[in-house]
Ligand binder design. Structure first.
Ligand code: AMP
Length: 279
């Protein structure tokens, strides 16, 4: 039976004895509304660790006032059943007061890698993510923590933070899980009607087509502007960015760049979708 942990002393009671026995603890931070992408992270942690703990916390610090914090889906009972069914040993479901006790006043801001792309369109976002992830890593004392490439820039920001602050947790990136159609699984897909879901496919299709054009030697700026037009003519209403970047820095590629990543964020109505692929 899965253990439900809600307080710092619950974490202590569960993990301190495991740490004394040198058991490997793997953390999977989530905001809940779990789908197969999250479950793949948990299965990877289960395969590599002695204990997998999945945290479920809709982090207010990573939402701007105009964003979807209030309507974000929170099917907590179903989430816990799903985690139990795949053998996850513990779930951490803290209240906001446990994550941010009275008097909490620290914010972690990561430098360059958090500035472009998401950082430009959601300026509050990565400080919120870095602060909550640092606290989760330190509260649980996890040996390993699992993050999806679905949120590729987030993964790079977390890697930079853990490196810079010498947090002794190994960060493991897990490839994006897609539906058969190619649509990247996301809790926010629940906001889409069946019709809009079909239109949403164009985002992953466009990324794959951009990779093919890149391999065919077409100029990056031309590929990017063509991709934006394609999305706008296929049901997307607004594009935040669709860009070919240096996979390490997320800046526009320099002549010496070897690894590239193609990343996009675009809106269908009031639903914002993001996706990315390696080249
Ligand atoms: P979220 O609940 O959206 O904050 O996501 C929690 C974790 O699951 C993050 O590390 C995400 O990158 C990861 N994740 C979300 N969707 C997917 C997916 N389709 N494939 C792989 N990982 C994912």
């Amino acid at each position: 039976m899965i253990r439900i942990l809600t307080t710092q002393s619950d974490l202590q009671a569960r993990f301190a004895p495991l740490q004394r026995q040198r058991k490997i603890i793997g953390l999977v931070p989530t905001m809940g509304a779990l789908h197969d992408g999250h479950l793949t992270l948990a299965r990877t942690a289960l395969a590599q660790c002695d204990e997998c703990v999945v945290s479920i916390f809709v982090n207010p610090k990573q939402f701007a006032p105009h964003e979807d914090f209030d309507r974000y889906p929170r099917p907590l009972e179903r989430d816990i059943e799903l985690l139990d069914s795949i053998g996850v040993q513990s779930v951490f479901t803290p209240s906001p007061e446990v994550m941010y006790p009275p008097g909490f006043q620290t914010t972690i801001t990561v430098g360059n890698v958090s500035k472009p792309l998401e950082g430009e369109f959601r300026p509050h976002f990565f400080a919120g993510v870095a602060t909550v992830v640092a606290r989760l890593l330190l509260l649980t004392g996890a040996d390993k923590a699992y993050f999806g490439e679905k949120d590729y820039q987030q993964l790079q920001v977390v890697r930079a933070m853990v490196h810079d602050l010498a947090i002794p947790t190994e960060i493991v990136g897990v490839p994006t899980i897609r539906e058969e159609s190619g649509l990247a699984m996301s809790s926010r897909n629940a906001y889409l009607t069946a019709e809009k879901r079909k239109e949403a496919l164009c985002l992953s299709q466009t990324l794959f087509s951009m990779a093919a054009q890149l391999k065919a030697g077409r100029k990056i700026s031309e590929i990017e502007s063509q991709a934006a037009l394609t999305l706008l003519s296929s049901g997307f209403d607004k594009i935040d960015y669709i860009a070919i970047c240096d996979a390490a820095t997320l800046e526009p590629p320099a002549p010496q760049t070897t690894a590239l990543r193609i990343l996009g964020a675009a809106w269908i109505g009031n639903v914002r979708l993001i996706d990315n692929i390696a080249v």
